[in-house]
Design a protein around this ligand. Structure first.
Ligand code: SF4
Length: 357
């Protein structure tokens, strides 16, 4: 437990550790490749390193693998796993297969401090942030699963349990490590970070020099309703969130996705669609409409398909790009707002796994 997780380190950090032992720097690249490209699960398998170096690595570091406590899959190709971390806490991660896409949805926190009223994670409260290694391990878990079928992870969405921009440093470290061309080599444009509107985090992300996709959860077109659904709306009002997202689009040239969970008779009416269109018209924006997936204990219902379609058509007619998110994994409770772990009998996780898939 005391040794450091290899997946927490960047390549330069690993190089500085290994060269301090008197090893040439290319050894660090070899170790990095084993960890991130060849998906090694221990140091003993790194056969192009000397026995002595493997032993030293094993004493200094660990490759911390989460334990799969439970797993479920459905006929559509959605796999959900409950992963137990080294301290016994648990998070869920989801793999979604769609055509040639293999998208992994990862969690960044155990629980979530935001408390959105339509989200099961919100009811659980915040437990702790994940480390970069723990976030990456979720991706690598599914990468190993896919490797057996000759496939690989093509996209990562940071939309699981937690608000990623409240765990900014670990989230960014994971993204940079996944993107490293000598390792996992996942293009940043294939990575999406979702936020409920943490304005300082959006502004900071805009300056990272990365073209990560940004998804902003709006869920309501006016302040009052938004505050009811997303308590963080009290802290960062809509106009500030939109202005930060505009800045992000300007700095990165990337179109921002706006997520909108459709809740029957709450935010799915004609006037909501009009207000949303007014808000987004003319922006470099795309709306993902997500018909609510019922989850136990949440007081909302899913709107009828006809209503979803009317909402969509009104936005299109107003010149706003829109997609209706197809529900995935609903049967295994892996859809939007449905993820739910049972640990000690208490619900632990939920989120928005199918928002951009
Ligand atoms: S929707 Fe996301 S930000 Fe809101 S409570 Fe759930 S996990 Fe947290």
């Amino acid at each position: 437990m005391d040794s450091r997780d290899l997946l927490d380190l960047s390549l330069p950090e690993l190089a500085s550790e290994i060269t301090a032992w008197g090893e040439p720097s290319f050894r660090a690249r070899q170790v990095w490749e084993w960890g991130w490209k060849r998906l090694a699960t221990d140091f003993a398998s790194m056969t192009n390193l000397s026995r002595g170096l493997r032993g030293r690595l094993a004493r200094a570091f660990t490759i911390r693998l989460p334990t799969v406590a439970a797993g479920q899959g459905d006929e559509e190709g959605t796999d959900k796993v409950l992963l137990t971390l080294a301290d016994g806490q648990a998070v869920e991660a989801v793999l979604l297969r769609e055509d040639r896409r293999r998208t992994v949805c990862v969690s960044t926190q155990v629980g979530c401090p935001v408390g959105c009223s339509f989200c099961a994670t919100g009811g659980m409260g915040y437990v702790r942030d994940l480390t970069a290694g723990e976030i990456a391990a979720q991706v690598l878990h599914f990468a190993r699963v896919l490797q057996c079928a000759g496939e690989e992870v093509t996209h990562v969405v940071v939309m699981g349990m937690g608000e990623p921009l409240f765990n900014y440093d670990a989230t960014l470290r994971t993204i940079r490590n996944l993107n490293d061309p000598q390792g996992f080599a996942l293009g940043v444009r294939r990575i999406t970070v979702s936020t409920v509107g943490v304005v300082p985090g959006i502004l900071r992300l805009a300056e990272e020099g990365l073209q990560v996709n940004l998804a902003v959860s709006l869920h309501a077109p006016d302040e009052d309703l938004r505050r009811q659904l997303v308590p963080l709306g009290e802290r960062w009002p809509l106009r500030e969130v939109l202005s930060a997202a505009d800045h992000y689009a300007e700095r990165t040239g990337r179109r921002v996705s706006y997520e909108y969970v459709l809740l029957r008779e709450v935010n799915d009416r004609w006037e909501h669609a009009h207000a949303l269109a007014r808000l987004l018209r003319g922006r470099l924006a795309h709306v993902n409409l997500i018909p609510f997936n019922p989850a136990p204990g949440l007081p909302y219902e899913r709107p009828e398909d006809s209503r979803v379609d009317a909402f969509r058509r009104l936005l299109i007619g107003s010149g706003v790009d829109v997609t209706v998110r197809r529900s995935r994994g609903v049967r295994i409770q892996a859809g939007c707002g449905q993820l739910r772990t049972q640990q000690g009998g208490s619900p632990a996780a939920s989120h928005e796994a199918d928002r951009v898939v």
